[in-house]
Structure formats: structure tokens, C-alpha cells
Write a protein that binds this ligand. Sequence first.
Ligand SMILES: [Zn+2]
Length: 326
Amino acid sequence: MEVLKMANSRVCLLRHSFNSFLRTALPTRRFVMSSSISSKEPLVASLSAKEAVITSNDSENPKNSTRWKPMCLYYTQDKCTMMQDSSHLQKFNHGFSLEHAVNADEYKNKHSEHFDFFLVLDLEGKVEILEFPVLMIDARTMDVVAFFHRFVRPSRMSEERVNQYIKGKYGKLGVDRVWHDTAIPFDEVIVQFEEWMAKHSLCSKELGGPLHRAAFVTCGNWDIKTKIPAQCEVSKMKLPSYFMEWINLKDIYLNFYKRRAPGMRTMMNELKIPLLGSHHLGIDDTKNIWRVLQRMLMDGAVLKITARRNPLIPEKVEFLFENRIK
Ligand SMILES: [Zn+2]
């Protein structure tokens, strides 16, 4: 499956970059040149046929058995230029909602009284942040209603170091090219993220302040407690006020199921949810965390804030659950 996905990603990236080259260099001959791409179609078609066999094997609920295909990582960043190309649309996902439809009828009346939306966030990057993906989940339907995804360009690393870093991390997933095509510095990501939040009435861009009827959901405390402030320091920015509190799904899991889960994969194994996509590709991890979140809500878990910063001393974090993963 991984091999197929990588092969497909490469085909996608090649076609994307080739098409953008054509648009830049030979705009009037695009149709003619595009036809020459079609000579590669047998390869694409055979991959596509094999890909169609790939399904999630959620044997507990046949309704959840859905065909899986890789996300278009240009689309997730509002940069897909191939939305008119039907073979591209067939090969890559350009949406979230149809993939993991759950039966919302079973779930009604269980919905959160605390929040209208959950923002599932799963950062990637150890030295500096490399990827910033957020899924906006409707707390009532448990569906993705919007998403924000950016690859992030480190600000304190030499070009050579960045290239090595990206080759090591994203090269093996076959998405290093899209990273290089799209990554922008963290401060620009935050500006765009705030515009996105304002558009969805999650937070007032002018006033700043906490989230409005929404909460970040992360797998662990590292993302918001540690990595965001560290990156803000590197990028010489003030810590945005909406990163003051969050829900650590591991703590909710521990208190609800009465068992520890050190990571996302453990939760997925125990709940018998098959891992989809590439683990440690941030956008795929957010989707898997979303599926864990769906299951936990279906099972009756109530999501509450698990950690909150001291408003006067933001580096001080208060953990609100007595039983928690340390
Ligand atoms: Zn696309």
C-alpha cells in the first residue's frame, strides 16, 4: 500500500510540476503538450486499478469500509491546479467528508455541550515545525467541515540543512517535492491560519483572544504546550492567544476507557481502527486522530479541556485531569 501510495504521489507531483511548468513556459500549447502526458496513462491506469482494491478493513462496521486514496497535498493547501482533470480527481482525494462517514443517527443526543467544533491539530517537525495541519470537526455530526494545512519552511536553518531534513522526513513518503513547492515560513502560516479561523468564526482576527465555542484536540501535550511556543521564539513572534488551552486526547482516553495509550497507534490498535495513510505525514495523522475522536464520541466520551496556560505566566501549564499521561 505504501509503495503504491508513493508511486502515485510521485505521478501526481510530476504531473503537477510538469503542468505548472507548461503553464509558465508554454501557456498557449498546453493542450498539445498535455496530450503527451496521456502517453503515461497506462501506468497511471494500472496503479489506479490496484489502488481500487485498497480498502480499510474495518470489519466491525462494514459501513465504514471505504476506499482509501492519498490526499492531493496541493489541494489541502489551496494550491491544486488540476481540479478539472478527472483522472487526477480519481486518483487523489480532494475532500474529507466522504471517506469515513459514520452513522450520525447513532450519535445524536450524545454531542458535546461544551463545544461546537473541535480543531484536530498534529504538528510535524522536531527541530522546527515542518507541517501545520488542522481539521475542523463539527461536534454534532463529527464530520470535517473545514481544514487548514500548510507545509512550514524552517527559518533558522541553512538551505542545505533544510534539504537534508526534508529528504529524510518527507522523501520516504514521496512528498518532499510538494513540500518544496509549497512550504512557507511559520509567521506567514499563522497569518493565514488566523484568516482561516476568522472566516469560520472560530476566533476574532482583530481582537485575538481565545477560541469561540471550539477547542484544539491533540494527541499529547507536546504540540501546543512545547512546540508552538518554541517555534514562536525561533520565529520571533508572540504566542497567539488561542493556544492557551487544549484537549489532550490521551488524557480523555485514559479517563474514559481506564487504560493508558502512549500514542495514536496504540489507541487505534485498541479500538480496532485501521491506520490510514502515512503515519507522520501530519495531514494523515490528523485524519487518524479524527477517526479515534469519532469512535470515542460514539462510545460516549465527553471532551473537556485537559490543559490550560496561566494567563499571567503562559509558560506555566495547569493540567486539569488528575489521571493523566505524563
Ligand atoms: Zn489536486
